[in-house]
Structures are given as structure tokens and as C-alpha cells.
Design a protein around this ligand. Structure first.
Ligand SMILES: [Zn+2]
Length: 1014
């Protein structure tokens, strides 16, 4: 059902609209208009249907019926009722409109009758002082109204004209592609953006969010929040010119138009191009109306190169004009500037847009590097591929053009249709996409491999697997993405069905659904776990530059494990997973530019009209707190601890409003869901809370939460084991969304409770430092806590500053690190020489297992056991009994005291390791990789240090088997690489093309000594 205020406000809109030619003053009505956009996108969209799609709706409804049936009879209230019922019946059964829409139409009608009366009243006042009006005059008014209504709905042109006049509707323009009348459409982007930014709320969200992001990264340069924080932004010509530009992302998606009764599915395919203002905050970015349509074209036309060029010509012209001249809007003094950042699409569309080959099963299928299909099975520990570079790319394009685009040259088939777009380059502007590469790519692939292993090991039959997935009870938050039943036939056909988010949900819950057999999946469990760790990075909203090297070692491990265990499943997307270091380093967190897929798709005109409906509202976005299942609750009926909590917080209310679900900033928050309240310590451990009540306290919704104690991280389940600790707290709703903007579920395995988190989110010392006093006061209402907090915080900041200072003393490490990351992925000789030392398995495992470190990290015997295989490695740099001669005193103290390490300790440990390994302490790459690796290790293991707690001890014994697994992660550090890595230089076209080969090799050599030319 449409909420009452939704229809009411719509009516007000209509009222002011329909009466704008008359004398009724509706100004104050307009002022009162608050947010009205319904949360139910689908409903309001179909509502449009009834308004605009004259082809589908029989408008004769409004003219014929009265005349034919009722004209001759006397018209009574009862016949009016009958007539109206007939009308509704026709809407319901004749046109199959849902009840919600019918209700909305009805309420429009009643408002229109009110308006009609006001018009008549007005007429009466004008014609005489006596409030009497002749039937003739009433007749005139009604006739005028009838003509008006008839005119508007007479044809599409008339309707659209009104939309243009009143609501800033921008009509899509035709692009003639050839003389056969084939065409596409585009929407002038400047007008769209102008309409959008003329809304005060939109411009405010944009500016606030940009400023917020920029000040965060200024305070903490290691942090990556947006495209601005990647290396690509430094070369972006538009950003160079105007660093304060808003970022414009483009993205494309294809849809199939099907006649539901017809035989062929997806018979007509359309490609749609959208723009998105990247700087909008996340909670509005995900809303459908944040996406503006740029162009639409039947997909088959775009497969021809000349058509592509023609189609994008006006779009590029528009975007370039916008980037060079900027915009002036009503809501902002001065000129706004814009910069194109990225183009997100699935791999096929990206290759089409980039002018790369569209075949992924041969030749050079990657748009970032020169990998060749035939080498995809070689573990990346043994080979690496040259990245594509701007200079060589130009010559490949030229060669492909000379060949009339008949065959690929090093994977390039021709010029990109966007090559004239300012700030676009084929090898830089088409990043990998999370949704396609992970959720729809490798995740279902690994799920399938795991299920196949379950079956191959005769742990379960396909039918039992089907049953198991079907009967699993999903948590409240995961319920939304519950995957469809996977049938035995799907498994036989290697096909996991469902949407991207459903596939990701299934992937996430695999260890819970199959917890009783998961330990026996010796082939696939390691791969799964490794992928989970990779995903915990790629799906982060914030990324750290210092994570990059460790992250890269994870992706290399993943690819190598695949090559070893599941070589037949090495599809190109496995390779793409290993490209995320480059992608993220250049463009910022991958979650900023993934393809969001919306359930409801609207075509060019429809999309524009929807936009226009939104624009007709005073606020473009309707960010309000919505509540469901509201009921009052007595103080006395709350549990005693909650009562005590309220009293402690000086709340003396006797009765509260209570509810089960709150939509806060577009996030559904439910009772019993788990949220991350904050992160603690250097390893950024989440502090979970579970929501007990939503209570309205002094007119503000607050959450009564119970703290959950983390007992340990179970790597097999890839989840935190938690315990309810019976301590309660009163929190603001926004505070719960600060770190992870959605709720989590608790799952029980063998009586223990677990929280399953997909990405690693973190808060940083700098944010803490800038926390203004007022916020501190709200966070910690009690003076004692506040003092404690401020003390701890100052201590933390001091340590943090020390580290930064020390780093600065060592030279500009941060700059170096961003430059050097490219170097290591090209595996140039100069870096491998130090890496070899690092990577030597015997070395890294042995010194980590040295006596001193055993005490600190509690590595259990299994590690030693696991590592014995590696000892056979013939090439050894150090004796097997190598130990540090001495440790820095500070570290020794920590180890002796079994304390948790602080940021500074990690820094010292890393420095000590580097020194011991004879690596320069200024080698930022090595330092970062080692620090993150050690940190990760502690993060997953250090809970085992809590041997003092009896509860923990008990739990550990109960679920003790998992503790042995942790150690395996340490191998992931770098232990797997061989010392001699091959640099693969691709053969270009055929062997005779020596000249090109020389250019490429020269570049390879340059890359080793000078840096990358990008
Ligand atoms: Zn590649």
C-alpha cells in the first residue's frame, strides 16, 4: 500500500500544477510539501505508467462511458457510485492495475474535485459579491477544466510539453546511425545535471561529501576513499585544471526486451548508458534516481564500429563541453566544474568500449596487461605479464586500424569510440567490475567447485545438497538476498542461478550451510578462505594504500591455488581477480565504481519522465526515517537491565514509542540485527552490538543495544564467534551505520554464535582525533568515560604521530609507495632481488617460527609440520636454525607481557624484520607487505592469547579444531614464489614483427629502472 502521506503530497503537486493557470494561490501549499517519494520504487514507477503511456492505456475511459450509458437517464448519487465502481473495475480487471495505484488515482480525483470547487468559488467571488454563481458560469468553469484535461492527455506530445514546461523534462534526442533509419537516443547531460543540482538537497549532499572525503584523506594520506585518492587522478586532465571538480562516472548495462508471450527470450537487446555523480554520499548513490540516463541504443547496432563512433559523438561533445566550461546552477554561487573519471561495465562491454578483442578464450584477453590465454594456467608465482602502456597501446591501435579492424593486434581491435573524450583512455578508464568479476564470476565458480567436491567425496548427493540449501534458515538481513533453490540439474549443468547479490549471499554462507562437512573439503576450502580474505578487501568502502602489497600476495596465492587444485576452472575472471591491485591503486576502492544493477529498468523516455517526477518534488531525495510496527511500551515492562540503563542515562520517560524496523538513511535496521559500533586496536577489530529495542527518547529514535564480545575469528567459517555479554548501551542510529552501513545476522553452529562479515571496514586514528568535543560528549555522556576516552585517544594520536614522523624522516615513503607498486607487479628484476629474499619459504617460515616469535604469536605446532615440505627447497639463504640475535627491547617487553601490540609495535617489528633480512627499511613496499601480513596474522590469532578467561577456554575446547587452521595464512605472506620469475613478453601478431617486439621489450626494461610511464 502507498503510505498516506505519499498520495497526499502527490495531490498537492497536482493541485499546484493544474491550477497554475488559474487564480488560486497555492504558494503556501508548496511550502508545506515535505518529502513524498515512496520507498516503494516499483509502485511509483507503475504509477507513471498510468499517466504517460498513452499507447497502453485506453484514454477513452474518460470520455465515452458517461455519454453512452447514462446520458438518457437521470443521474443520481447511486448511479454515480455505480459508474465510479465500473471505472475502478475496469482499471483493476481491464488494465490489471494494482490496488495501490487505484487508491492513488482515487485520491487524485478527490483532490481534483476540491480544486474544482475552489475554482468555482473563485469564479463566484469575481463575478459578484454574493457567493452565488449561475449554472451557466459553473458550466463554463467545468468546460474549461474538461478541455484542459483533454488537451494534456490528447497525445504524447502535449503531455511531454507540459512535463517540459512544469518539471524540466529533458527529451531524449535521436542519433541517426545510418541511412537505413537505424538510430539510438541520447539525453543532453548538461541539462540533466543542471536539473539535478538545482535541487538544494542534492548540491548539499555533494559538497558535504566531497569536503568530508577530502579532509579525511588529508588527515590520513594512507587512506583511499574515492577516485581522487588513486594514481589515475593525478593524470586526469580535467582534475588537473580544476581540482575541485565533481566526478562523473559513466556506466553501461544491457537489457533484453521480451514479449512475455513470445517464444524467444531477450530477442531485442538494448544497451543503456548512465551517468552517476560519484561524489554523492553512498546512502543516496544507491537510489535509482541518482542515475541519469545518457544514451540508449539497440545492442546489435553498436556491434558495428562506425555506428559506435556515431552514437558516442554527441555524448562526447556534451561531456567535453561540460568538462571544459562547467555549469552554473541556481543553488550555488560561482561555476561548478566536472571531470570524467571512469567507465564501469561488464567485461564484454568494457572491451567493446575500449576497442579490445571481444573474445576471452584466446589471445590477449586482458585490457590491463599482456597476458596470453595459453599462459593463464601458469601460477603467478612463476610468471608475470607486462602491463599495457599508453605508448604501445597507441601503436597497436594504429596497426589494427591499418588492418581495417579485421584481427586483433595484441588484443586490440581498433580505436575506442570514446578516445576523444577528455580524461578517457582505453587502458586506464575501464576498471574491473566487482559485481561481474566476483559476485557473478569467481564466487559462484568456487561455490560450484565446493558442491562438486562434496558430491565427489560422497559426503552428500546432489539431492541432499539441494535439500540442505533449501532448508537452511537465513538471517533476517540475509533473507533479502536468499538464493533460489539450487537443483540437482543446476549442479549437473554447472550453473548457479540467481541474481548477483543472491550468488554472493550463497557464497558468504557456504561454511554455515555446510558446516558439518566443510572441513573435509581439502581441495577447495583453502581456495574459498583465500577468496574470502580477498573479498574482505575488495568490498571495503575504505581502502588503505598500506594494504596493497599484502592484498596482491593474496590474489597471487588465489591464482596459484586455482592453478594447482582447479586448473580446469581457470577462466579469464580468475586472472581479472589478480588485476585488482592495479585497479584499486589507480582508481581507489573498487566499491566506488561497480555496476549497480537495479531491479526496475526504465527506457529512455520513461527514465526521463521518472526523473522529472522526482524533480517535481521540492527535495530530490527523500531521506527520512521511516518506521514500521510502532507501538507504545511502558517503562515498567522493559527488562530490568534496560530500565537501569535508561535511569543511568537520566531518562525519566514512563512510556516510549517502540518499533521493530527503522529505515534510517535508506538502511533497513531491524531488531536483533548486529551492527558494528566501532573498531578497536591497530588490527581494527570490530565491536559488535545487537539491537534489543528501538525506543523514541525525547522525540529521537535511539537503539538499546547489547554488546557482543568477540571470542575469536573462526577461519573455516570465516566469521567472528561472539558471545552476548549482558552489557547494554544506548546508541544513536547513525552511530550504528558509521562503519558498516548495513545489518548483519547471527548464525549458530553447534551452539556457538557467529557473525559473518564480508568486508573489512575500519576507522582510523585521524578520524578519532578530529572527533569534535560535542560528539565526544554525546558518545560518552558520563564524565568519567569521557575523560577516559580522551586520555586513550590522546595516547593513540601521540603514537600515531610518532610513526608518521619516523616515516617522514625516512623520506617520502607515501609517495614512493604509490609509485613503486606498479613496479612490483611487473616483477622487474630490481625488485625481485629483494623479494626473493623475502619470498624464500624456508626463511620466512623459519624466522617466524623462531623461539621469540612463538611466544608472541602462539603459532602452534601445525605450522612447523606444514612447513617441512618447503624445507626441501634447495636454495637457502639462511640456515634453518636461524634466529634473531636480539630483538628491540620494546618488542621483547611486549612478548614477555603477552600484551596486544600497538601501531608503533607493528612498526618496530616490521623494521626489525627488515633489518634482519637485510632489506632497506625505506623500502616502503616491503615494509607495508610485512606489516600488513604480521597484522593480519595477529588479528586472526591473538584472541588465543586470552587464555585467562575461563569462558574463552571452554569455548576453545569446544571448537578447538579450528585453531590449527589459522597458521596456514602465514604461508600466504609470500612463501610461495620461486626465485626466478619469468617476465612474459607477448609475441606480437607474428614473429616477423620484430620492431614491435623491440619496442615492447624496451618498455619492459624501462619499467625496471625508471618507473612506469603512466
Ligand atoms: Zn591482466
Amino acid at each position: 500500500d502507498i503510505p498516506a502521506d505519499f498520495t497526499l503530497n502527490e495531490n498537492e503537486q497536482l493541485l499546484s500544477f493544474s491550477s497554475s493557470n488559474s487564480n488560486i494561490n497555492q504558494d503556501d501549499e508548496d511550502e508545506r510539501i515535505v518529502g513524498q517519494e515512496s520507498s516503494d520504487e516499483g509502485e511509483s514507477e507503475t504509477l507513471e505508467d498510468t499517466n504517460i503511456n498513452e499507447n497502453l492505456i485506453d484514454w477513452s475511459l474518460f470520455t465515452d462511458l458517461i455519454n453512452t450509458e447514462d446520458h438518457n437517464k437521470e443521474f443520481t448519487f447511486s448511479s454515480f457510485e455505480k459508474h465510479y465502481t465500473h471505472f475502478l473495475l475496469d482499471l483493476r480487471e481491464g488494465h490489471l492495475l494494482p490496488q495501490g495505484i487505484i487508491k492513488s488515482i482515487t485520491s487524485y480525483f478527490t483532490t481534483m474535485l476540491d480544486a474544482l470547487f475552489k475554482l468555482i468559488e473563485n469564479q463566484a467571488i469575481q463575478s459578484s459579491t454574493n457567493p452565488l454563481i449561475s449554472l451557466v458560469d459553473i458550466g463554463k468553469v467545468i468546460l474549461q477544466i474538461k478541455n484542459l484535461i483533454y488537451d494534456i492527455s490528447k497525445n504524447d506530445y502535449q503531455f511531454l510539453k507540459r512535463c517540459t514546461d512544469y518539471f524540466g523534462y529533458t527529451e531524449p534526442l535521436k542519433i541517426e546511425l545510418d541511412d537505413k533509419n537505424n538510430c539510438g537516443y541520447y539525453v543532453p547531460i548538461e541539462r540533466s545535471i543542471q536539473n539535478l543540482l538545482n535541487k538544494p538537497d542534492v548540491i548539499n549532499y555533494l559538497i558535504d561529501n566531497v569536503n568530508n572525503n577530502i579532509s579525511q584523506t588529508k588527515n590520513d594520506p594512507d587512506l583511499m576513499l574515492t577516485y581522487r585518492d588513486g594514481t589515475a587522478a593525478k593524470d586526469n586532465p580535467s582534475l588537473k585544471l580544476h581540482p575541485n571538480s565533481f566526478l562523473i562516472q559513466l556506466y553501461s548495462d544491457g537489457i533484453g526486451i521480451t514479449n512475455p508471450l513470445g517464444p524467444k527470450k531477450d530477442k531485442h537487446k538494448l544497451t543503456l548508458y548512465y551517468f552517476l555523480l560519484e561524489d554523492l554520499p553512498d546512502f543516496v548513490k544507491s537510489m535509482l534516481q541518482s542515475i541519469g540516463l545518457v544514451g540508449i541504443c539497440p545492442t546489435k547496432f553498436l556491434s558495428i564500429q562506425t555506428n559506435r563512433m556515431k552514437f558516442f559523438e554527441p555524448i562526447i561533445k556534451d561531456l567535453n563541453h561540460l568538462q571544459t566550461t562547467g555549469l552554473v546552477v541556481q543553488t550555488f554561487n560561482g561555476r561548478l566544474h566536472f571531470a570524467f573519471s571512469l567507465f564501469a561495465a561488464d567485461n564484454l562491454a568494457s572491451h567493446e568500449i575500449g576497442g579490445f578483442q571481444q573474445n576471452f578464450n584466446s589471445g590477449q584477453f586482458c585490457r590491463l596487461c599482456h597476458i596470453s590465454y595459453k599462459f593463464r594456467l601458469i601460477p603467478l608465482t612463476e610468471i608475470s605479464f607486462l602491463p599495457r602502456t599508453v605508448t604501445t597501446h597507441g601503436s597497436y591501435v594504429q596497426q589494427a586500424v591499418n588492418l581495417f579492424n579485421t584481427r586483433p593486434v595484441a588484443g586490440v581491435v581498433g580505436e575506442s569510440p570514446l578516445s576523444k573524450l577528455i580524461a578517457f583512455h582505453a587502458i586506464k578508464s575501464l576498471p574491473n567490475d566487482l559485481m561481474h568479476d566476483y559476485a557473478e564470476g569467481v564466487c559462484p565458480l568456487i561455490v560450484l567447485a565446493m558442491l562438486k567436491e562434496v558430491s565427489a567425496k560422497r559426503l552428500m548427493t546432489y539431492n541432499q545438497i539441494e535439500q540442505k540449501i533449501h532448508t537452511f534458515s537465513y538471517g533476517m538481513n540475509d533473507q533479502v538476498n536468499k538464493p533460489p533453490t539450487i537443483r540437482a540439474t543446476h549442479l549437473t549443468n554447472n550453473n548457479i542461478i540467481g541474481s548477483a547479490s543472491q550468488k554472493l549471499c550463497l557464497f558468504k554462507l557456504m561454511p554455515f550451510i555446510f558446516h558439518d562437512v566443510i572441513d573435509q573439503l581439502t581441495n577447495t576450502l583453502d581456495i574459498y578462505t583465500c577468496l574470502r580474505e580477498i573479498i574482505s578487501y575488495t568490498y571495503s568502502i575504505k581502502f588503505r594504500k598500506s594494504w596493497l602489497m599484502y592484498f596482491q600476495s593474496l590474489t597471487i596465492r588465489f591464482q596459484s591455488l586455482m592453478a594447482h587444485h582447479l586448473p580446469y576452472l581457470i577462466i579469464p575472471k580468475i586472472h581479472f581477480v589478480t588485476e585488482y591491485l592495479r585497479t584499486i591503486n589507480a582508481n581507489g576502492p573498487a566499491t566506488r565504481f561497480w555496476c549497480m544493477r537495479f531491479e526496475a529498468f526504465t527506457l529512455a523516455k520513461r527514465h526521463q519522465l521518472r526523473q522529472c517526477l522526482m524533480l517535481s518534488n521540492k527535495n530530490y531525495y527523500n531521506i527520512c526515517t521511516e518506521i514500521t510496527l510502532l507501538k507504545p511500551i511502558q517503562y515498567s515492562s522493559l527488562p530490568i537491565p534496560v530500565q537501569r540503563l535508561l535511569t543511568e542515562n537520566n531518562i525519566n520517560q514512563n512510556i516510549f514509542d517502540e518499533c521493530k524496523i527503522i529505515y534510517n538513511k535508506n538502511v533497513m535496521m531491524m531488531r536483533q540485527s548486529v551492527f558494528v559500533e566501532r573498531l578497536v586496536d591497530v588490527e581494527e577489530e570490530p565491536c559488535f552490538v545487537s539491537i534489543l529495542y528501538f525506543l523514541k527518547i525525547q522525540n529521537i529514535w535511539k537503539a538499546v543495544v547489547e554488546h557482543l564480545q568477540v571470542i575469536g575469528f573462526n577461519e573455516t567459517l570465516w566469521a567472528y564467534e561472539i558471545e552476548f555479554c549482558k552489557t547494554f548501551d544506548l546508541l544513536d542510529l547513525d552511530q550504528l551505520l558509521h562503519i558498516l552501513p548495513h545489518g548483519l545476522d547471527i548464525y549458530y553452529v553447534q551452539g556457538s554464535a557467529y557473525v559473518n562479515v564480508l568486508s573489512q571496514e575500519e576507522i582510523d586514528g585521524a578520524t578519532l582525533a578530529r572527533l569534535p568535543y560535542d560528539e565526544v560528549r554525546t558518545l560518552f555522556p558520563k564524565l568519567k568515560d569521557r575523560v577516559l576516552f580522551t586520555e586513550k585517544r590522546d595516547l593513540l594520536i601521540k603514537q600515531w604521530n610518532n610513526i608518521v614522523n619516523e616515516q617522514l624522516d625516512d623520506g617520502d615513503i607515501l609517495n614512493q609507495s604509490s609509485k613503486q607498486t606498479f613496479d612490483t607487479c611487473t616483477a622487474s628484476q630490481s625488485t625481485t632481488s629483494t623479494q626473493d629474499l623475502l619470498n624464500n619459504p624456508s626463511l620466512s617460515s623459519n624466522n617466524m617460527n623462531g623461539d621469540e616469535f612463538d611466544a608472541a604469536s602462539n603459532i602452534d605446532d601445525e605450522v612447523n609440520h606444514d612447513e617441512t615440505d618447503d624445507l626441501e627447497e634447495p636454495h637457502q639463504n639462511l640456515p634453518t636454525d636461524f634466529a634473531f640475535s636480539s630483538l628491540p627491547e620494546e618488542i621483547q617487553v611486549i612478548i614477555d607481557d603477552n600484551e596486544y601490540p600497538k601501531a608503533n609495535d607493528y612498526f618496530l617489528i616490521t623494521q626489525a624484520l627488515l633489518k634482519a633480512l637485510n632489506i632497506s627499511t625505506t623500502d616502503a613496499n616491503a615494509a607495508n607487505e610485512w606489516r600488513e601480513a604480521v597484522k593480519q596474522k595477529f588479528k586472526n590469532e591473538r584472541r588465543l592469547l586470552q587464555n585467562t578467561s575461563a569462558v574463552v577456554q571452554k569455548k576453545k575446547e569446544k571448537f578447538g579444531k579450528s585453531s590449527g587452521r589459522f597458521a596456514k595464512k602465514s604461508e600466504a605472506l609470500s612463501a610461495e614464489r620461486k626465485s626466478d620469475k619469468i617476465i612474459y613478453v607477448s609475441t606480437i601478431m607474428d614473429e616477423s614483427d620484430v620492431e614491435q617486439l623491440i619496442i615492447t621489450m624496451n618498455e619492459g626494461i624501462e619499467n625496471e629502472t625508471i618507473h612506469n610511464d603512466e
